[in-house]
Design a binder for this molecule. Structure first.
Ligand code: IFM
Length: 482
């Protein structure tokens, strides 16, 4: 698709230049200035993080609140065959009643931030109708976090839509732009005194790919053109809400939590594989970020259309990082942008079907994203691990990758592990557990996993010490500590 090259490469040259500067700066100084540092203990370096670094966890309303019956996901779950393990979200972690109990646990674990999302369908159960009690409950939750010394980060849209919105076409309908703006402004008017870190949208490309291309999430569509419509409306909705939030709150920090993946060519010698990997990287990682930074919607999402409101509409970049895909060119897969994706067979894997464990990828993404010249928050990083065997070394290796980026001058401000508690994992139901805290959903019983204790040691020390690594994952000490 040669028509892609000119605009996407133009955007990239500016970013790549800044990435190069970060790398040159890192190689020119032996020690970083006033950021995290290295201190030698027992012949191994302790990796210290910047003083005001945020350590926390991320969640989303539908995955933890329970009984969100008024949204499109609830309706979808009730359809036979939609959830792989046959479950429905049901009460999930019951945060609508008992979030504060888990906030206590987060605070005891040394976490000083928590990312949660608001459920639009609770706040606005019908078009034009606000539920003051629901807003009151969110007030209570946010105040509860602040009372525990936990800084909230609030996401406005994390995959679920009120039924009334879904019925009028959801994100395909351009009306969603003013509707989302109204919702955002109501939230900031009501809750803005309790929070200044905002994510308008969570993982827009994941939402589009699963809902409109694979069709495994609501609305269950297989239609790239309809997905493109959603992309454009999401850019517009984000841009408009960005300005509204800033009008209402001078010190707001507003962004999007972007799921960013590494796409590496299966065969680096193959020009076709390199091209296919680059194309996926552009479509999945870069196009949306390009639109909300330079305001331009490029092919295949639009024809170099400029949306002035979208220009420079990110105050920071929210990075959700999970894994990498190896990419081989495949002429038979035009609908997948001529790409066949698979996990690197020579690597460590997480649970079947969830791909490779690749901490280097987080470092690479952070360096790449630093090219946008904005602060970065790792708004999610996590692993499905039902036995908690891999999670401790995963946390250590990904925190170390973050430290490495900070050492090189990348302005990473916080690390939100996905997730605080086990919760409803969308089309996988309860078959994939991501929590630091084990939840037995029937009696609503909690049990700290070992990885929660490890994460607490890092958060409380604001560092990765040799003792921590020796205790929790000695097998990777040589990889992460000098
Ligand atoms: O559970 C999801 C979350 O809702 C969005 N990011 C990825 C997580 C794990 O799949």
């Amino acid at each position: 698709m040669p028509s892609l090259s000119p605009p996407c490469l133009r955007g990239l040259h500016a970013v790549s230049l800044r990435v190069l500067c970060v790398r040159l700066a890192a190689s020119a100084v032996s020690k970083p200035v006033s950021r995290g540092g290295n201190i030698l203990t027992n012949d191994r370096a302790t990796l210290r993080f910047p003083e005001d670094f945020l350590w926390g966890t991320a969640t989303s309303s539908h995955q933890v609140e329970g009984h969100n019956t008024n949204n499109d996901w609830w309706a979808w779950e009730q359809l036979p065959g939609k959830i792989s393990d046959g479950t429905t979200s049901g009460p999930t972690a019951d945060w609508w009643q008992r979030a504060e109990e888990d906030f206590d646990r987060a605070a005891a674990l040394g976490q000083n931030t928590l990312r949660l999302s608001l459920e639009w369908s609770r706040i606005q159960p019908q078009e034009g109708e606000w539920d003051e009690a629901a807003l009151g409950r969110y007030r209570q939750m946010l105040q509860g976090l602040l009372d525990r010394g936990i800084t909230p980060m609030v996401t406005l849209h994390h995959f679920t839509n009120p039924l009334w919105l879904a019925e009028k076409g959801g994100w395909e309908n351009p009306e969603v732009v003013p509707l989302f703006d109204r919702y955002a402004s109501k939230v900031v008017e009501e809750l803005g005194d309790l929070c200044s870190l905002w994510c308008t949208l969570n993982e827009p490309l994941i939402y589009i790919v699963f809902g409109y291309i694979y069709g495994t999430w609501p609305p269950g569509v297989h239609d790239l053109l309809r997905g493109i419509r959603v992309f454009r409306n999401m850019v517009r909705a984000h841009a408009r809400a960005y300005h509204t939030i800033h009008r209402l709150q001078a010190d707001a920090q507003v962004s999007i939590a972007r799921h960013l993946r590494i796409f590496d060519p299966a065969n680096r010698e193959s020009q076709a594989d390199r091209w296919a990997a680059r194309l996926l990287e552009y479509v999945f990682n870069d196009a949306f970020l390009g639109a909300v930074t330079n305001g331009r919607i490029d092919p295949p999402f639009g024809f170099w259309e400029v949306i002035p409101q979208a220009i420079d509409s990110l105050d920071y970049i929210g990075v959700n990082y999970y894994s990498r895909d190896m990419v081989a060119f495949d002429i038979t897969q035009p609908a997948s942008f001529f790409a066949r994706r698979f996990a690197n067979p020579d690597s460590e894997f997480s649970m079947e079907g969830w791909g490779e464990v690749y901490p280097e990828g987080l470092y690479r993404i952070l360096v790449e994203m630093s090219g946008y010249g904005k602060p970065l928050y790792i708004t999610e990083v996590g692993i499905p691990d039902n036995t908690d065997q891999q999670r401790p070394s995963f946390i250590l290796s990904h925190a170390a990758a973050t430290h490495r980026a900070i050492q090189e001058g990348v302005p990473v401000k916080g690390f939100y592990f996905w997730s605080l508690v086990d919760n409803f994992e969308w089309a996988e139901g309860y078959s994939a557990r991501f929590g630091l805290i084990d939840v037995d959903f029937e009696p609503q019983a909690r049990k700290l996993k070992e990885s929660a204790r490890l994460y607490a040691e890092i958060a409380k020390a604001n560092a990765i010490t040799p003792e921590i690594v020796e205790k929790w994952a000695p097998e990777i000490i040589d990889q992460i500590l000098e």
